[in-house]
Design a protein around this ligand. Structure first.
Ligand code: VGL
Ligand code: ZN
Length: 203
């Protein structure tokens, strides 16, 4: 079975949002067109408490996009984003949600960030996404969403580690930083990730 994973397609990651990914809205028609081509569609949702430690606002003397240490890991400090219950945390109103069978929330622990849809950044706690997919006989996962160089990237790495054949649909993602994405892509390819364009599935 093939699953399409919609990663963090939320208002705060779309132009106008608190942590807008350049051209993030350009993926919406592509993601909607792709959905009927899959056996299963699942979404992840970045879902932070207001005092999440990945927010620069929670650290004295730190600026947005600087880094710090959190739980022994390097942490980029983000603008406040995807705060539970706020409009920025909602899925884009332009995203088709009727086919989405399940939503996996992440980033709920204030002490640690969670880029991957499978695990927190320290790999301490699972979201149960892998078990859910395996329970549905999924062997191939296809990734779309935001941001290509953070949450889609880290979800891809964990999908590979979990044994899924992992496809990254490049034109259905956008990155926060182009150089960061170039490195992420090389890393994913080295680890067995496969890269596709939406046309390869839609035609
Ligand atoms: C993301 C930074 C912080 C993402 C989430 O969805 O890529 N990036 N939180
Ligand atoms: Zn976040």
């Amino acid at each position: 079975m093939k699953a399409l994973l919609l990663i963090d397609i939320q208002n705060d990651f779309i132009p106008g949002g608190a942590l807008a990914v350049p051209e993030g809205d350009a993926i919406l028609p592509i993601v909607n067109a792709l959905q009927p081509h899959f056996d299963l569609v699942v979404a992840t949702q970045d879902w932070h408490p207001a005092d999440h430690k990945s927010f620069a606002s929670q650290h004295a003397v730190k600026q947005v996009f600087e880094t710090t240490q959190l739980q022994g890991l390097e942490q980029v400090l983000w603008p406040d984003h995807c705060v539970q219950g706020t409009p920025g945390a909602e899925f884009s109103p332009a995203l088709e949600m009727n086919r989405v069978e399940a939503i996996f929330r992440k980033g709920t622990d204030p002490e640690i960030d969670s880029y991957s849809g499978f695990f927190d950044n320290g790999h301490l706690k699972s979201t149960a996404l892998a078990d859910y997919l395996k329970g549905k006989q999924v062997t191939e996962v296809y990734l779309v969403g935001l941001a290509a160089d953070y949450c889609v990237y880290f979800t891809a790495l964990d999908a590979i580690k979990e044994g899924f054949t992992t496809y990254f649909i490049e034109d259905a993602t956008r990155a926060i930083n182009a150089d960061g994405f170039a490195k992420a892509k090389a890393d994913m390819q080295a680890k067995g990730g496969r890269f596709l364009q939406s046309i390869d599935i839609l035609d």
